[in-house]
Design a protein around this ligand. Sequence first.
Ligand code: SAM
Length: 265
Amino acid sequence: MRWLRRRRAARFPAITDASPLLPEAVWRPLVAEHLDAGQPSGWWEPVYATAVAQGRRLPWQEGTVHPWVAGWLEDPVHAPPGSRALVVGCGVGDDIVPLLERGYDVTAMDVSHTAIAWAQHRVRALVGGDVQPVRWLVADLLEVSATELGAFDLVVEVHTVPWLPGVVRDAAMAAIGGLVAPGGVALVITEVATSEAGRATHEGPAWAQAPSELAAYRAGGLVRLAIEHPSPGDAPTMEVRMTWQRPRGAPVGGSLDEGLPLLDG
Ligand SMILES: C[S@@+](CC[C@H](N)C(=O)[O-])C[C@H]1O[C@@H](n2cnc3c(N)ncnc32)[C@H](O)[C@@H]1O
């Protein structure tokens, strides 16, 4: 007689203010190990898997849609409900929920298969089976396939780029641009340094972005429609929301090379 071993379903930790965090002393060594080995995206899977195994949440998990995503979706001039939306670095999926509720055709991408499984679990619990299904992609943004190029009217990126090391950031921003269809937009929420000091205030990841590096979205063929943020005051970093668009008629996958800026004198 053969005993069939039943796979135990993973129990995903709750994400509330009261849920315990995975200690930095546990996840930072996993980050360092992979960055030292030249694997900038290699640490996410072991960190998510450790969090699930230990019943802990992770520091970037808010347990709810980012309010600036929800606000943007109140008046989505360039990508109305029904259009094709991609959430890159979707994590546990909170920003997927309002897109589904408004009737977008949603694809969700993350490099970690545990994150995707956790997101599937949460999205199912939050919206039930009443909405059209999400297309789930376990994929590296830095290796997007040709079939995804220019395939989305709305690409949502919330705090993935600032968690990537500098060596791959330009490529990540260009890749996000490459996913946007002609006439489509990228909604980007990130942390930006307000001064040089702001880039070195704490141990990364995350590392706040320098304002100058945001131009890398142009290399993906996008033009900026909007940049919004509260007054930074004396804060070394600030959260920023940007809307970028691929102009109609612009080539997908190619770059709108604007050349180097001219220097005076
Ligand atoms: C800081 S978390 C933010 C998650 C989510 N956007 C949020 O705001 O809660 C960054 C996410 O990006 C994913 N990620 C990192 N590098 C990636 C890559 N190269 N391709 C796809 N996803 C990536 C990670 O697995 C993680 O879920």
